[in-house]
Design a protein around this ligand. Structure first.
Ligand code: ADP
Ligand code: MG
Length: 728
């Protein structure tokens, strides 16, 4: 083993579990670093507090005076909590979060310094963030982006910094982030869903989407990580032969958690709880060194902020434990990748989950209405939903027989499926005149009971109904879930608005309300039947069947992005007032740009590793063998020498041809990049990268992995899969 690799392994193997930061009981520290309502009450005047809460709950604008009052109180709380700086915390389209820290201290004109943080600084700022991507929305000379406070997500203190959740918009008001359109989609969905709810209960005043994110990730030891330039630069291994054992024994999933990992998890959970993230379940995932963390679901905007925060917290806490957290969708070939299951439901301010079948037939009809409208929304925009989860990184996972296929379909489970089929066939009059007995015949009243048995969950489905919520499982582990959630919210809002129009038209024509509702539901079930699929999503038959049904089956990521600019998509966003045409177009440009850049970086890193590590190391071993063979030739008679060195000669030849291929293809890859880089249009450039660079990445890797199998382990410098995946 190369000395370097040996030292690294020794370091990794010698580590002990690091004890957690605090030994407080987690419950005592819950929300310790969050400016909660209770703390607001303590730090704000009564008038300020009431005005702020009113503004949060009803979405009313804040006056400058109130903002000043909030800023003063918030600053005091932050200082009492140990903060010296503050930042507007926002979610640019690059992924991750952006922050620009400013000190509370400002120079005092009268000399010295004063602590300064006014309402003006709280509410709006102009970070110099002109290099963040905008997809052409901003020209550099008007590169202003503003961050503006989102009072619906509470401020928190991270380290020594007060973080204020904000939206990030251009000076023209266009969204440059994930949060702005997510908030708009929440408003659109509230409008549409509340209107439909009132058919059943006039007391409903508000409907809010809820989100629970299951976050998967890998842990790799610090030292081994540092020696893998590909992991450091791209987040995934661009080479590496499969370990003899990986996940085939299925012994990792839900197995006992290793001590060092457990210490990390405990620490992470404590830190998360202090920031108000209600983490709950943790367990091993399918692949070795893969884990999952899921908080309890929350209102969608907050849940998404919390997921974004959790991702950065994971990385930070990981460092303390000498782990690197990999959020990449596919860090290792041959073992499962990571996703982010987005559990989504709708809740009313009257305390009802609209996806929970209720006790009586009215509740059940309402349940069916929301269920069917959601299914229809997914059907209508299945290509767009796929576009939201598509990226250079998630492309390795979708459709690879481990995660949902690259076709969006809806799984409802046998019982619900039977109910929908029965409803479709039933006579409308029978359905609406049901007493509990006839309803039972239809299966509707049966729902709650049957749902307890949800054993037939279909793990291959990208969009599954799981008893009281939908679970969108195609989202990538590194993604900001807002991208998918805002499309889902908008699509469902639009569907519900259309539903309401159709029902109202029938009512105006003289039909009884319940009959009108059932009539439209029945029509919708027929319309969107093609999206429902209960079978094996990994099978080839499904691909053929899905194509026949007209579902989006495209697998080429840059082409999937075209869904963003289809007229149906733009019309959807405009109707819901979630994104303007310019905003949608620019976001699509950013996606294409990101795709190109990621592949470009991977290609450069692979070229570098191939030429500077793999080829020299392999040549060195080849030389050792050549040396041996020539010595044999010198010492023994020709026939004997030939027999003795037959295998060595074969290996020498094998190494030679792999090296040959790698050098040739690496040069070809440089040319392919050069050609692609001359293309101006982002769409065509991304397509060129997909068509000409990606296949070379794969081809070169194949030969590198073959070399790993023959070259002497003692001189191989890069940590191998069996080390990266099994040491913890
Ligand atoms: P599983 O792996 O079986 O899907 P987990 O317990 O790992 O279950 O994760 C389920 C996630 O779904 C959690 O984040 C949970 O809070 C969330 N969830 C549960 N009920 C709802 C709901 N009504 N709406 C949204 N999310 C929900
Ligand atoms: Mg799940």
């Amino acid at each position: 083993m190369s000395t370097l690799r040996f030292e690294l392994l020794k370091e990794a193997l010698g580590r002990k579990a690091v004890p957690p930061v605090s030994d407080n009981r987690p419950a005592d520290d819950f929300e310790k670093y969050v400016f909660t309502r209770r703390k607001m009450q303590r730090y704000l005047s009564r008038t300020t507090y009431t005005a702020l809460i009113d503004s949060i709950d009803k979405g009313l604008p804040l006056s400058r005076t109130i903002a000043n009052g909030v800023a003063t109180g918030m600053k005091q709380w932050a200082i009492d909590t140990g903060a010296t700086h503050y930042t507007h915390w926002f979610q640019p389209l690059t992924g991750g979060t952006a922050e620009k820290h400013d000190a509370f201290l400002e120079p005092d004109p009268a000399g010295g310094v004063i602590e300064e943080f006014s309402g003006k600084l709280l509410v709006q700022q102009e970070p110099d963030a002109s290099s963040l991507p905008s997809g052409g929305l901003r020209n550099t000379f008007e590169a202003r982006g503003y961050s503006a406070w989102d009072p619906s997500s509470p401020a928190f203190v991270l380290g020594d910094t007060l973080c204020i959740p904000t939206v990030f918009i251009a000076y023209t008001g266009e969204a440059l982030d994930y949060k702005t359109p997510l908030l708009r989609s929440v408003a659109a969905l509230d409008r549409a869903a509340t209107a439909v709810c009132r058919y059943f209960d006039p007391a409903v005043g508000r409907v809010t989407p809820r989100l629970g994110v299951e976050q998967e990730y890998f842990l790799v030891d610090d030292a081994l990580y540092a020696a893998r330039h590909d992991l450091v630069m791209t987040g995934r291994t661009l080479m590496g032969h499969e370990s003899a054992r990986n996940q085939q024994l299925e012994d990792h999933y839900l197995g006992s958690i290793p001590t060092r990992v457990l210490a990390f998890m405990t620490d992470l959970e404590n830190e998360a709880l202090k920031l108000g993230i209600p983490v709950k379940t943790r367990h091993n995932e399918v692949a070795p060194n893969q884990f999952e963390l899921a908080p309890i679901h929350e209102e969608i905007n907050l849940a998404n902020d919390h997921n974004v925060l959790l991702m950065s917290l994971m990385k930070k806490v990981g460092r303390r434990h000498h782990f690197r957290v990999l959020l990449h969708e596919k860090p290792f070939k041959g073992v499962n990748g990571s996703g982010k299951h987005c559990n989504w439901s709708l809740a009313t301010d009257t305390g009802v989950n609209l996806f929970s079948p209720g006790g009586d037939h009215v509740d059940n009809l309402r349940f069916i209405v929301f269920l069917v409208n959601t299914i229809a929304a997914v059907w209508r925009h299945n290509g767009l939903l796929k576009a939201t989860v598509s990226s250079a990184t998630n492309a390795h996972r979708l459709g690879a027989g481990e995660a949902p296929p690259a076709i969006v379909s809806v799984f409802t489970g046998r019982q619900i499926s039977a109910v929908l089929d029965a409803l479709e066939r039933a006579d409308t009059d029978d359905v609406i005149h049901f007493d509990d007995k006839t309803a039972l015949g239809l299966g509707i009243a049966h729902i709650p009971e049957l749902l307890i048995d949800n054993t037939d969950r279909n793990r291959t489905s990208p969009f599954a109904f799981t008893g009281n919520r939908f679970e969108f499982r195609a989202v990538g582990s590194s993604a900001n879930s807002a991208e998918s959630m805002l499309v889902l919210n908008s699509a469902v809002a639009d569907e519900l608005a259309r539903f309401r129009e159709r029902v109202d038209a029938l009512i105006e024509g003289g039909m009884a309300r319940e009959k009108a509702i059932v009539t439209v539901v029945k029509e919708l079930i027929v319309e969107c039947r093609d999206i429902r699929f209960e079978g094996n999503g990994y099978s080839d038959e499904w691909k053929a069947e899905a194509a026949r049904r007209g579902l989006d089956c495209e697998t080429n990521v840059p082409l999937i992005f075209d869904n963003y600019t289809r007229p149906e998509t733009i019309a959807l966003f405009e109707r819901c007032e979630v994104l303007s045409r310019a905003e949608v177009t620019s976001r699509c440009e950013v996606k294409r740009e990101m795709y190109t850049k990621k592949i470009q970086i991977e290609s450069r890193v692979l070229g570098d590793l191939a030429m500077n590590h793999i080829v020299p190391v392999s040549s060195a071993y080849q030389t050792v063998l050549l040396d041996k063979v020539s010595k044999i030739d010198a010492l023994f008679p020709a026939a004997e020498a030939a027999a003795m060195s037959r295998q060595d000669r074969r290996i020498i030849g094998e190494i030679g041809s792999h090296i040959d291929f790698i050098i040739e293809k690496s040069a070809e890859m440089v040319e392919a990049r050069k050609a692609a880089n001359t293309i101006e249009a982002e769409r065509e450039k991304a397509i060129a990268y997909h068509d000409t660079v990606v296949p070379l990445l794969e081809a070169i890797r194949y030969h590198i992995d073959k070399l790993e199998l023959v070259v002497d382990d003692r001189i191989w410098t890069l940590p191998k899969y069996r080390e990266l995946l099994f040491i913890r």
